[in-house]
Design a protein around this ligand. Structure first.
Ligand code: AMP
Ligand code: MG
Length: 420
């Protein structure tokens, strides 16, 4: 049997970051930057006011207080987005709004609340004079040009993940497009005569194909583009035809048909059309796993991961093996799922020396994490996965983790886990 780590290492050895493409800013959310971005400008581009208030020379405010205000004539007004039309003369003030460029000669801004502006306005007086009621020092409430960025600075490095902040930074230096690594197209194929599509009428001994949808949703969530190939029936022609459609993808994920007792069409076709290894991975659920590559007519190889058929197994194996492969293609370098240490509320039993991923509900109480299992852990019980927000791990070498023990739990649904 292969360890989870060995299986993952072999899979990752077979996939590489994809090539770069140019995308408009919002489309690039979650993608990996493929260029160093330098700023063509200072940011802010000019000295400006950090407050709504009055541009002054600080020396004119010396000694000002509520009981001893300094009154200055107001000689102008500057809104954000306009340029000053005059210099600030000593002994005067210019009314200014947040973000507006300061007039030459200004060395401080007195905020409205430290003046009598409100009282003057309330009394209907013209704002041609203002009483300063608080002393300011050199530079008070001024934001110097280039405080955030200087022209020529590298603002983002190649390899950065474009989150909302990075998208904002790109926009702030005037960029409306970015070079990013392409998202992988991941083909999804279910196999089995017993499957039918959601939307079809139930009956006839058939079950709905949940794997295609659960897997495709996970692909999308982690930043890939799912390409639904549908269901291949358990015969050579259909399996061949469906796999054909997967040849243009960057990765092919199939489910079912990889365990020992299986009706072997998937295995047969895969062995004819590429190279494939059938593994037993030391984990529960999801021991059987297939991995290999399909040969495309142009000579390229499409990596292929064959997940087990049982829906819980398929999703647990997806998290351990497909998610890292997708992240690597996206240019990410951290493939580890976020984990917490949680106190088990009930025991996890381990029969046969495999690593157990028990579906668990993790809660935080008094600053500590606790994990309760979701009930029956059969690998066909997909609702157990829907109830869970984590996978509590019992290591291979333990036969039991008793209630009260601390377990590592892979979190399934944490925001930091989302690439999009
Ligand atoms: P197999 O690997 O073909 O023996 O499938 C193992 C189990 O998973 C069987 O009970 C299948 O019916 C079930 N199964 C296989 N594929 C799917 C699927 N796409 N959706 C839901 N259950 C499936
Ligand atoms: Mg089957």
């Amino acid at each position: 049997m292969l360890s989870v780590e060995d299986a993952l290492e072999r899979i990752l050895g077979y996939v590489s970051p994809l090539e770069a493409e140019e995308r408009s800013l919002l489309e690039a959310l979650g993608q990996t930057l493929a260029e160093d971005v330098t700023s063509p400008l200072d940011l802010p581009p000019m000295d400006n006011s950090a407050m709504d208030g009055f541009a002054v020379r600080f020396a004119d405010t010396v000694g000002a207080s509520a009981t001893n205000p300094v009154e200055l004539p107001v000689i102008g007004y500057i809104a954000a987005g306009s340029l000053p039309d005059r210099d600030l003369q000593p002994g005067t003030a210019i009314r200014i709004m947040t973000g507006a460029p300061i007039p030459p000669g200004t060395d401080a801004v007195v905020p409205f609340e430290d003046t009598d502006e409100v009282q003057r306005k309330a009394s209907g007086a013209v704002l041609d004079r203002i009483a300063i009621m608080q002393e300011v020092t050199n530079g008070t409430n001024l934001r110097p040009a280039g405080e955030d960025l200087r022209k020529g600075d590298t603002v983002l490095h190649s390899g950065a993940t474009l989150r909302s902040a990075e998208i904002g930074v790109l926009a702030s230096v005037g960029r409306d497009r970015a070079r990013v690594l392409r998202r992988p197209v991941v083909a999804v194929l279910s196999t089995g005569d017993e499957l039918m599509l959601p939307g079809e009428a139930p009956g006839g001994g058939k079950i709905y194909d949940s794997n295609s949808f659960g897997v495709a949703a996970a692909i999308q969530r982690y930043g890939g583009i799912p390409k639904m190939l549908g269901i291949a029936r358990d015969n050579l022609e259909d399996t061949n035809r469906k796999l054909e459609e997967g040849l243009s993808a960057d990765l092919l994920i199939t489910s079912a048909g990889v365990s020992k007792g299986d009706y072997d069409f998937v295995k047969d076709v895969l062995m004819q059309r590429g190279e494939i290894a059938f593994w037993s991975v030391r984990m529960r659920p999801a021991r059987p796993l297939a991995f290999g590559a399909l040969h495309a007519p142009d000579g390229s190889r499409v990596p292929h991961i064959g997940l087990p058929g049982n829906p819980v197994s398929a999703l647990v194996a997806f998290e351990q093996f497909c998610r890292p492969a997708i992240l690597k293609m996206l240019g990410q370098t951290n493939f580890a799922k976020p984990t917490v240490q949680a106190t088990l509320r009930e025991a996890i039993h381990n029969f046969d020396g495999r690593r157990v991923y028990a579906r668990a509900i993790v809660t935080k109480e008094d600053g500590r994490y606790y994990a309760t299992l979701t009930g029956p852990q059969g690998s066909n019980i997909l609702t157990s996965m829907a109830r869970a927000n984590g996978l509590a791990i019992c290591p291979e070498n333990l036969t039991e983790m008793p209630a009260g023990a601390t377990a590592e739990v892979q979190m399934l649904d944490w925001p930091e886990d989302t690439i999009l």
